[in-house]
Design a protein around this ligand. Structure first.
Ligand code: ATP
Ligand code: MG
Length: 496
């Protein structure tokens, strides 16, 4: 049997799932029977060690292990473990390798894997994720947004019963994502998304830790030492507070008591931030909360009662979970892997299972170009960022805009492809993700038309064409937003 695997590479925990012989997505357990493993890396006896032991070491001393690297994926940051430096890509590759190992032991060879990423991941973070997969020896042709994967699983589980507009509320360990989706059976369309990469269980752990440390200090006059009570211990207590009204913590014969109410007060500003993001996603989708049929949950932190209450207040209905919130993203990714995979190798049952699936996505960023325009404020010509593809455009899409040369005898146009999460006009606030030149014939007057076409295709490839209309001269670039082919990467553009 050909194995299609979905991997949820999480900030705090990771999980993998595959499509079994009956065509259902199933979680792959590690050698100890765990459904999720901590995304933590340590060095043990000169060897890379991933998982629970590394998490324990990290809880005691952050220099002993690396964790939370997903938060800086694609950024130029180093994590030091002992004497070794690692990039977020190296560390993610180590986690993926571990997952690949136990998955192979469990189900045999992995033919194709899909990895999930937060909807608001930058191009660099997406590319870094693909690179990590490659280093882990996995064949990954597609990555999929976490809320889309979660929605896909919910839609699959409900079969044809899911019709209408839904919200996917995904609050994990490190990131928060909310998506407004339209579902017709297995057909999922993303209408609006919002999220932040620094809001999740980790922040709740720190908030609870602070509360406990303050109480401990006022009771004993001493500072709380991570050796006596670590961040991991705070996480355990936080989980207990999802079930109990209060917890008692014994440290050095002192007992500290924290109530759920105190904890929830401590995280109230973070919850307010999540509520604002829900409103942003609704606004982008142009949907009133009353039109949302159900709120589908993903991510471990959605177990917190205050979060469920907050969801109820925004959407005026109880949230719903059709599965284990730790597993839904990986399960949905496995479905996506089979849906996107080579249909010729799917078994008949598998084919039937994923046959009805359809997913349409929307762009999560603005894509533009830098040109010379008139700056109203300064009353003069200045460099401006012109948006060509809007955030929230349905994929696939193609947009053409015309620009004009600015002086007589101009023989070159600097082509710049920009990315931003807001509709910025100031070039200072956008990221240039590619630049090149378009050569023009000499001796022409000013105001020659230059047509720019950006097309975002189903495989998340952005095709950009910069064309001098009069001569037909073109500069093309294809940029993978999800790296369709293994060897495609951001620094290997096809420019002709
Ligand atoms: N019962 C619970 N109550 C409160 N928090 C919980 C509970 N169970 C799990 N969590 C928290 O959920 C988080 C892990 O969730 P999950 O595995 O969905 O996140 P992740 O996938 O690692 O992160 P992300 O999706 O942000 O990258 C941890 O912070 C964990 O402490
Ligand atoms: Mg997650």
């Amino acid at each position: 049997m050909t194995n299609f695997v979905g991997i949820d590479l999480g900030t705090t925990f990771s999980a993998a799932a595959y499509i079994d012989q009956t065509g259902r997505p199933v979680i792959i357990r590690d050698e100890d029977g765990n459904n999720i493993i901590p995304s933590c890396v340590a060095i043990e006896g000169g060897k890379i060690d991933v998982g629970e032991e590394a998490k324990k070491a990290w809880g005691i001393d952050e220099n002993l292990a690396a964790a939370r690297f997903k938060r800086v994926m694609g950024e130029d940051q180093k994590f030091t473990i002992g004497e070794h430096d690692f990039s977020p890509t190296d560390l993610s590759a180590a986690v993926l390798k571990k997952i690949a190992e136990y998955s192979r032991n469990e189900i045999g060879e992995i033919h194709e894997a899909v990895i999930t990423i937060p909807a608001n991941f930058s191009t660099e973070a997406r590319e870094a994720t693909m690179e990590a997969a490659k280093r882990a020896g996995l064949t990954v042709k597609y990555i999929v947004n976490e809320p889309t994967a979660a929605a896909l699983y919910h839609a699959f589980k409900q079969g044809d019963d899911l019709h209408g507009i839904y919200a996917v509320y995904d609050l994990g360990g490190g990131t928060f994502d909310v998506s407004i989706i339209k579902v017709e059976g297995h057909d999922v369309t993303v209408m609006g998304t919002a999220g932040v990469s620094r809001l999740g269980g980790d922040d709740f752990d720190k908030s609870l830790y602070k509360l406990i440390a303050e109480k401990y200090k006022s009771q004993t006059g001493e500072n709380l030492s991570p050796k006596d009570f670590s961040l991991n211990d705070a996480e355990d207590k936080k989980k207990s507070l999802s079930k109990k009204e209060s917890v008692r913590i014994g440290v050095n014969r002192e007992v500290v008591e924290v109530t759920r109410k105190e904890f929830e007060e401590g995280i109230s500003s973070l919850i307010a931030q999540a509520e604002m993001l829900c409103e942003e996603a609704l606004e982008e989708a142009r949907i009133d909360p009353s039109e949302v049929k159900e709120v589908l949950l993903a991510g471990g932190s959605t177990r917190i009662p205050a979060i469920q209450a907050s969801i109820k207040s925004v959407f005026s209905r109880e949230p719903m979970s059709t599965g284990n919130v730790d597993e839904v993203v990986a399960l949905g990714a496995a479905l996506y892997a089979a849906y996107k995979g080579d249909q010729a190798v799917l078994t008949e049952v598998q084919k039937q299972s994923v046959g009805g699936i359809k997913v349409s996505e929307k762009t999560s960023k603005y894509f533009g170009t830098i040109s010379i325009g008139f700056d109203e404020e300064r009353g003069q010509q200045a460099l401006t960022n012109s948006i060509i593809i809007n955030k929230g455009n349905t994929i696939p899409c193609s947009v053409t805009e015309s620009f004009y040369t600015v002086y007589e005898g101009q023989t070159n146009v600097q082509c710049k492809l920009t990315e931003s999460s807001m509709p910025e006009t100031d070039p200072q606030f956008v990221k240039v993700i590619w630049e090149g030149d378009l050569k023009l014939p000499p001796n022409r007057p000013e105001s020659q038309e230059i047509k720019i076409t950006y097309s975002y295709d189903d495989n998340q490839i952005l095709h950009c064409v910069y064309e001098d209309v009069a001569s037909g001269q073109k500069t093309n670039v294809d940029i993978s937003m999800a790296s369709k082919e293994e060897e495609t990467s951001i620094d290997q553009f096809m420019v002709d």
